[in-house]
Design a protein around this ligand. Structure first.
Ligand code: NAD
Ligand code: MG
Length: 408
């Protein structure tokens, strides 16, 4: 095989059995987006670790109440509030002794690079997560990456920077965590195909002609996963799988034509890797993000943890079906953007973020989300090797395009 994940992939997992034991002592963690769905699951893992992990930094946007409550429980060295107006209401006595407050995104980028930080959990939602994740990679940190948008927007730049600084990116996204685990069963040049599973979301069986009328409330009712609102809407449109195809393309350095999607309603098989001999290796566990989070925090080792477990002796049924590209055109956009590379991921991501916000605000219909994303993707000034500044510029351009479209 001439293509496939590159051999230089120290990015690819080594066999855990070959790996050195981790340095003893507490692993100090910076949790970016600690008040969100991934953030709170991360704190569950930290609190269940019997002192193996400690929270060194907790950061959120503007949910100051929950952040302060977390700070009192976990007693981090730093809390960071990114929104300055939200931080203005915090009084000295609100923080536990020993915890300091920093405000703004520049402070966050500086603190994630601090020598005291052993691992960074990147769990801010959307393009807003790029700068702090970049800062962590720039500083050579080990990053447990939930913020897939970082790789969708700037995959080649991020992976190159990680190679230069020695940073390690460990996926938290359940599909990519599954792939990371399955890849350990063979060599990079033995991989034939990577199959990402998708739950199919709340509209998996909903007739096409009723999709335009789908409401935000219906789209927010996910059958298997409990997640933040943005990614829950992305699951309903299956744009989440589009973003994940692009994420996998860069994270594992695998050509887009070796990536496929299978709908698996039970969300037990989190993804599969097919090797050249026809063997398929899958990773299975209940839909519980605490497991992939913990895996990214303990890798290359495994430990006991709080995630739910499967019981095969109780019996279960696992189903797989092909995605319906006519009802879920977003999946096709993902394949296209993954194949095209360059600025395609950034534009698709930004258009989607703006379209999801417009849908939640009642300004566009459910089916308009993929429609406007496709149009903006087609119209953008493509560049195959953009700089970070060009990516930021196109991100803003795509959002404006969607805003114009939504008000037309
Ligand atoms: P969420 O909406 O529940 O939480 C988002 C967090 O980010 C909050 O703590 C919020 O305060 C913070 N935040 C938002 N905007 C910010 C900004 N401008 N600056 C700083 N902080 C900001 O989101 P989530 O569901 O936890 O998802 C987080 C990331 O993880 C996303 O990239 C998502 O795609 C990814 N992810 C989530 C899941 C899941 O199960 N929730 C699964 C896989 C991947
Ligand atoms: Mg996922």
């Amino acid at each position: 095989m001439t293509h496939g994940p590159s051999q230089e992939g120290a990015r690819l997992p080594r066999s855990p059995w070959d790996s050195p034991a981790p340095v003893p002592g507490r692993v100090r963690i910076a949790v970016l987006g600690s008040t969100g769905s991934i953030g709170t699951s991360t704190l569950d893992v930290i609190e269940a670790s019997a002192g193996q992990f400690s929270a060194w930094l907790l950061a959120a946007h503007r949910s100051v109440g929950p952040l302060l409550e977390q700070a009192r429980r976990l007693r981090p060295t730093w809390v960071v509030v990114v929104d300055e107006a939200a931080a203005a209401g915090i009084r000295a006595g609100d923080l536990p002794a020993g915890t300091r407050l920093a405000v703004g995104s520049a402070a966050l980028a500086e603190l994630v690079a601090a020598p005291a930080v052993d691992r960074v959990v990147s769990a801010i939602v959307g393009a807003a997560g790029l700068d702090s994740t970049w800062a962590a990679i720039d500083a050579g940190k080990t990053v447990a990456l939930a913020n897939k948008e970082t790789l969708v927007m700037a995959g080649p730049l991020v992976m190159r920077r990680a190679r230069e600084t020695g940073a390690t990116i460990l996926p938290v996204d359940s599909e990519h965590s599954a792939i990371h685990q399955a890849l350990a069963a063979g060599r990079a040049d033995e991989v034939r195909r990577i199959i990402l599973t998708a739950s199919g979301g709340p509209f998996r069986t909903r007739p096409q002609h009723t999709l335009a009328a789908a409401t935000p409330e219906e789209a927010l009712r996910h059958p298997t996963w409990s997640m933040g609102p943005k990614i829950t809407i992305d699951s309903a449109t299956m744009m989440n799988k589009a973003l994940e195809l692009i994420e996998a393309r860069w994270l594992f350095d695998v050509p887009a034509d070796r990536l496929a999607v299978a709908v698996h309603p039970q969300s037990i098989v989190h993804s599969l890797v097919e090797f050249v001999d026809g063997s398929v290796i899958a990773q299975l566990s209940p839909p519980d993000m605490r497991l992939p989070i913990q895996y990214a925090l303990t890798f290359p080792r495994r430990t006991d943890g709080p995630a739910r477990r499967l019981d095969f002796t109780a019996g279960m049924t696992l189903e797989f079906e092909p995605p319906d590209l006519s009802r879920f055109p977003a999946v096709g956009l993902g394949h296209r953007a993954a194949a095209r590379g360059g600025t395609a991921g950034c534009v698709l991501n930004a258009a989607n973020e703006a379209a999801v916000a417009a849908f939640l605000a009642g300004r566009i219909r459910f089916t308009d989300i993929a429609e406007v994303c496709g149009q903006v993707l087609d119209r953008h000034a493509f560049s195959s090797e953009p700089t970070l500044d060009e990516i930021r510029g196109l991100d803003a351009w795509a959002r404006e395009e969607v805003a114009t479209w939504a008000t037309a």
